[in-house]
Ligand binder design. Structure first.
Ligand SMILES: Cc1cc2nc3c(=O)[nH]c(=O)nc-3n(C[C@H](O)[C@H](O)[C@H](O)COP(=O)(O)OP(=O)(O)OC[C@H]3O[C@@H](n4cnc5c(N)ncnc54)[C@H](O)[C@@H]3O)c2cc1C
Length: 293
């Protein structure tokens, strides 16, 4: 099965997610080109094997039973970054921090917001990741990828369907292989200072030394998830090894080994916040895989 590709059978997903949770995937593939992604997708499709795409695993909760089928992880084999004038062309597995640094080095402004987001550009585009007033939608000019049936497609403009933590790729199933950014010229010193300032603010307010997947819930209309959770007295609230960060109530963190605890904590926080404020928090993180058998 999947001969000729770099495959790790039974890889523990806790080793591939920032939450450090999740059981084994049947097969974990580490592709090195879009042709390999397409080949893997076609083989999986012909054998009716489900496919899950993963970047750096910084916005996912993988459940304890792991993931059935094939997980295609975009990482080191697909992380080239090229700067051409005001354009940056990044392969999907490049980390956003690396691309933001390349932009700064070439005096290009627009990606400062992304320098502290610990994910790949593919994951960032899929989620329309954003911070401090910036988001991917403002700087991405086109996205190339592999369609569910193994063909190649490039999307740009309105076809990218960006909204708050949303993109068309969440619906059309395009597996992102390359992202083009269009940036503006700026002063490299100012760009670096802005990045350092944002990263300082992040380190001051977020629990960066404990496993998490960032903000667990989306920002509800007219409110902030962290403020609502705090208002309900839930800072520090824990179920097993999962806990509401005492530093930032929007971050649920993991200090244990069970995804089940994390899921139970998410549900408890949703229930308590809804009972006390009438507002339903929706998860921002994506839940993958299956509960333990
Ligand atoms: C400490 C911390 C701070 C964070 N701060 C922020 C923040 O400020 N702003 C913010 O928006 N997010 C933040 N996040 C969340 C996360 O880093 C972002 O959502 C990031 O963009 C996810 O990228 P990833 O590569 O880790 O994606 P993953 O978590 O691996 O995947 C996320 C989703 O994208 C899909 N996906 C990944 N790669 C591809 C691809 N190539 N093609 C198609 N689908 C793909 C996956 O199937 C999954 O559904 C934070 C996370 C942590 C841990």
């Amino acid at each position: 099965m999947f001969e000729g590709y770099q495959i790790l059978p039974g890889a523990q997903m806790r080793d591939y997610t920032t939450l450090k949770l999740g059981g084994p995937a049947d097969w974990l593939a580490l592709p090195a080109s879009r042709e390999e992604i397409a080949g893997l997708m076609r083989e999986a499709r012909s054998r009716e094997i489900p496919v899950t795409i993963l970047g750096h695993g910084s916005n996912v909760l993988v459940l304890d039973g792991g993931i059935r089928g094939l997980v295609i992880r975009m990482g080191r084999g697909m992380n080239r970054v090229e700067v051409r004038g005001r354009e940056i062309i990044a392969q999907t597995g490049a980390m956003m921090g690396t691309v933001a640094s390349a932009a700064a080095e070439h005096g290009l402004t627009g990606l400062e917001f992304a320098s502290g987001i610990p994910g790949t550009v593919g994951g960032g585009v899929l989620m329309n990741a954003g911070a401090y007033g910036g988001e991917m939608a403002q700087v991405v000019s086109s996205v190339a990828g592999v369609t569910p049936d193994g063909g190649f497609l490039t999307l740009e403009g309105d076809a990218l369907g960006f909204g708050y933590r949303r993109s068309a790729m969440q619906e059309n199933g395009l597996v992102i292989s390359e992202v083009r950014f269009r940036l503006e010229e700026g002063d490299p010193r100012v760009i670096r200072e802005t990045m350092a300032d944002l990263n300082r603010r992040r380190a001051e307010s977020q629990p960066l030394d404990v496993p998490s997947a960032g903000s667990t819930f989306k920002r509800p209309e007219g409110a902030y998830a962290a403020a609502l959770i705090d208002q309900c007295g839930l800072k520090g609230y824990a179920i097993g090894g999962a806990r509401v960060s005492p530093k930032h109530a929007g971050f649920l963190v993991n200090t244990g080994e069970r995804a089940r605890d994390f899921l139970d904590l998410m549900r408890a926080v949703q229930r308590i916040v809804e009972e006390r404020t009438g507002i339903r928090l929706e998860p921002e993180i994506r839940i993958l895989g299956e509960d333990e058998a």
